[in-house]
Design a protein around this ligand. Structure first.
Ligand SMILES: Nc1ncnc2c1ncn2[C@@H]1O[C@H](COP(=O)(O)OP(=O)(O)OP(=O)(O)O)[C@@H](O)[C@H]1O
Length: 258
């Protein structure tokens, strides 16, 4: 579904990504991990069409990303950043409705015939009903990120790109956010690509991990294959202990002091 073939990205003289290749199938959840500055967000921006590749080939559903129009892309793909929404004073329900923008005509009429049902359904699923009339700037960061998720759900994309979506959330909201995305994926089969710093969350939710280091792919595989002590030591320059989660068995990373 998403084919990244030998993609490189230059910013002037600086090479942010070199010869990156991966093939992401419909319905998979990929995590992009790697140290600060390794090119994770750059890769996400190239896939989203916000930025252009320098060399190589990047296709979604068989077509070059650069060939899609803005509206076509936003009907297919949604992006959610770490601070998904600015603190504006619009009511929560209006913000969620803004997600329908790619499906509205120039008069703001929704071209789908069940937009109201879609919005209500999302408000229920994300338990936003009680917050519906509250202005966004009165909500906590965790609540705001839930609204941001609601807005991208209203967009009904087939591909969800997440850029460190849980960075500002406490552990309760981190888990809640990831579970909401997991449930959404289960129900609709969307493809999820998430830049994540939290390796333990990545191990629990992702099918595949792509590891970037200084702009190059240095690992690609399942969390079991990727999250080994040797790999983490090499890429992150820390001395970890990797243990199996007592309930799920997935690898979990413990940090040791030097
Ligand atoms: N618009 C730009 N112009 C010039 N250099 C850029 C631009 N965007 C990113 N870079 C550089 O490309 C490299 C990769 O940046 P990127 O944001 O993709 O890394 P990242 O892995 O997402 O980092 P972090 O984990 O810190 O968010 C960095 O050295 C960054 O300074």
């Amino acid at each position: 579904m998403i084919n990244v073939n030998n993609v490189s990205k230059m910013y002037g003289e600086f090479s942010a990504l070199r010869n990156v290749s991966c093939s992401i199938q419909e319905g998979e959840w990929w995590g992009i991990i790697g140290p600060n500055g390794s090119g994770k967000s750059t890769l996400l921006q190239l896939i989203s069409g916000v930025d252009k590749i320098t060399t190589g080939e990047l296709k979604i559903r068989g077509h070059h990303v650069s060939k899609y129009g803005r509206r076509e892309l936003s009907q297919m793909l949604a992006v959610l950043q770490q601070d998904g929404l600015p603190a504006i004073s619009f009511p929560v329900r209006d913000i969620i409705e803004m997600g329908r923008f790619p499906f509205q005509d120039w008069m703001g009429r929704d071209l789908g015939d069940n937009a109201d049902t879609i919005i209500e359904d999302i408000m229920n699923k994300l338990q936003l009903q009680e917050l519906g009339d509250r202005p966004l700037d009165e909500l906590s960061g965790g609540q705001r990120q839930r609204v941001a998720l609601g807005k991208v759900m209203a967009q009904e994309p087939r591909i969800l790109l997440l850029d460190e979506p849980t960075t500002f959330l406490d552990i309760y909201y981190q888990l809640q956010f990831m579970e909401l995305v997991a449930n959404w994926r289960k129900e609709t089969g969307i493809t999820v690509i998430a830049v994540l710093h939290d390796l333990n969350l990545a191990a629990q939710f992702c099918d595949k991990l792509l590891v970037l280091q200084e702009g190059e792919v240095v690992g690609l595989g399942t969390p079991d294959e990727i999250l080994t002590e040797d790999n983490i030591r090499r890429v992150y320059k820390v001395d970890p202990a990797v243990v199996q989660h007592p309930k799920s068995g997935v690898p979990q990373v413990l940090l040791s002091r030097t």
